[in-house]
Design a protein around this ligand. Structure first.
Ligand SMILES: Cc1ncc(COP(=O)(O)O)c(C=O)c1O
Length: 448
């Protein structure tokens, strides 16, 4: 089925979707937070169809997962081919070819001109938890304390116990789940639109960095006791926040000098999303450990952490998992890399990202409620405010926009308190951006 535009047959959620949502509400965990009342029946390219046969233009891609678009033929073919040959071989017991084939490709595109090793996981959270163990191991191997790990305010790293210890997009992630990872320290991120110290960049002279390096490391923490810094190069769930390049570079330099592992979470920003293979490459930073997942296998449960080789020189059995490194999933992941290369999706992410930002900036000129338009490649954040001077967040406006756009066939996702995260499949074209903006404009009057 080839869809070319959204098509609403019955106001969503239609009767079939409503009946299904009722069933879901009876049996599924209440912890699942659904961004919209969409029950997916099929998805192809940049479109998703619901149970009532409405067709939506997808500007969320399942939070940046459908990078190559939904059900890309080459991904589906790779899955079928591999499934007919070998679905599973427990990597605790045997070797499998797709693991090494893929790992060799992954280390080649990962930032850092040094020898690396790869560990495959089943999710972003699991990648983060494994990376934490890896940094702790290495810190101790180097004869240091390795007790503390530093995370950054507004960061999202997942829901498993290690990852959630560093997730501070909102109190709800950690509330009632104490104790966290022992030694988790949360420090300010360079969120310049809403500076934690009430300052303005660049006049601030990177005060938030000095606070970490000159205050905390002077008065409270000995660098020898700190195993790692863990951060997103562009904050995702926090609101698509892009820090100044010099902040990231200086932070990394400090970590390197102090022997602290610099761990970058590329779970959301990785795999061409920002116009480079990884967001790190925009900022010219080279992490000691990098975590990936989401777009890696076009929606199959897959992740990895990649580190300097010496950091994974640990003992046999130090870290393993039964289902990790599935041949079928890694065949799909290889197909994703093929597609990204063949269709030059890094270039398209840059091109369409620039166009999407331009369209929103034009919209912003007419509507002061759009406080900030920011982002890298097709990771575009749009923030809504009550007043552009005070920058007071307007969550209601953002939420209404998501709701009304949904009714017109456009899927949008929120991030942070009051921002949109626009992360469509990397295959989108200008006409899709135009359609999305037409829908935004058509519902705008209604929501204000
Ligand atoms: C930056 C980042 N890290 C980690 C995760 C956790 O990934 P998962 O949901 O696959 O566990 C997410 C999920 O949104 C993420 O955006």
């Amino acid at each position: 089925m080839e869809w070319t535009k959204p098509e609403i047959k019955v106001e969503p959620p239609g009767p079939k979707s409503q009946a299904f949502i009722k069933r879901d509400s009876e049996i599924m965990s209440k912890s699942l937070s659904r961004a919209s009342e969409l029950v997916g029946k099929a998805a192809h390219g940049v479109f998703v169809q619901d149970l009532d046969d409405n067709v939506f233009l997808d500007f969320g891609a399942g939070i940046a997962v459908a990078g190559v678009g939904h059900t890309h033929k080459k991904v589906v073919d790779a899955i079928k081919r591999q499934a007919e040959q070998l679905i599973f071989a427990n990597s605790l017991d045997y070797y499998t070819v797709p693991q090494v084939d893929y790992a060799e490709r992954l280390v080649n595109i990962a930032p850092g001109n040094f020898k690396k090793r790869v560990f495959f996981t089943n999710s972003g959270s699991e990648s983060v938890d494994g990376a934490i163990k890896c940094a702790k191991y290495y810190n101790r191997k180097m004869g240091r304390g390795g007790y503390y790990g530093f995370g950054f305010l507004g960061g999202f790293h997942g829901r498993t116990m290690g990852a959630v210890s560093f997730t501070t997009t909102g109190k709800g992630a950690r509330k009632s789940f104490w104790p966290m990872y022992a030694g988790n320290v949360i420090v300010p991120y360079a969120d310049c639109y809403h500076c934690y110290f009430g300052q303005r960049y660049p006049e601030c002279g990177l005060f938030c960095l000095d606070y970490i390096t000159d205050v905390l490391f002077e008065k409270a923490y000995d660098a020898d006791d700190v195993a790692f810094f863990l951060l997103e190069p562009v904050q995702g769930a926090g609101g698509y926040i892009v820090p100044p390049t010099e902040w990231l570079q200086k932070l990394q330099k400090f970590a390197n000098e102090q022997g602290i592992s610099f761990m970058v979470d590329e779970v959301q920003s990785g795999f061409a999303r920002t116009g480079e293979w990884f967001a790190c490459q925009h900022f010219n930073i080279e992490p000691d450990v990098m975590m990936v997942s989401k777009a890696m296998a076009a929606g199959l449960p897959c992740g990895a952490f990649i580190s300097r080789a010496e950091m994974q020189d640990w003992w046999s059995g130090a870290h393993e998992g039964t289902l990790n490194g599935s041949p079928v999933i890694l065949a799909a992941a290889s197909a994703v890399l093929d597609i990204m290369e063949e269709e030059d999706l890094r270039a398209n992410a840059k091109k369409q990202g620039a166009y999407l930002k331009k369209r929103w900036k034009e919209f912003q000129e007419k509507h002061p409620e759009v406080g900030d338009v920011r982002g890298v490649g097709l990771m575009v954040g749009v923030e809504f405010v009550k007043d552009p001077e005070t920058r007071e967040p307007d969550a209601k406006l953002r939420n209404n926009l998501i709701k009304q756009a949904f009714k017109k066939g456009l899927l949008l996702l929120g991030a942070g308190k009051n921002s949109l995260r626009l992360c469509p499949p990397l295959i989108i074209q200008e006409e899709h951006v135009d359609t999305a903006m037409e829908i935004v404009e058509s519902v705008w009057k209604k929501i204000k």
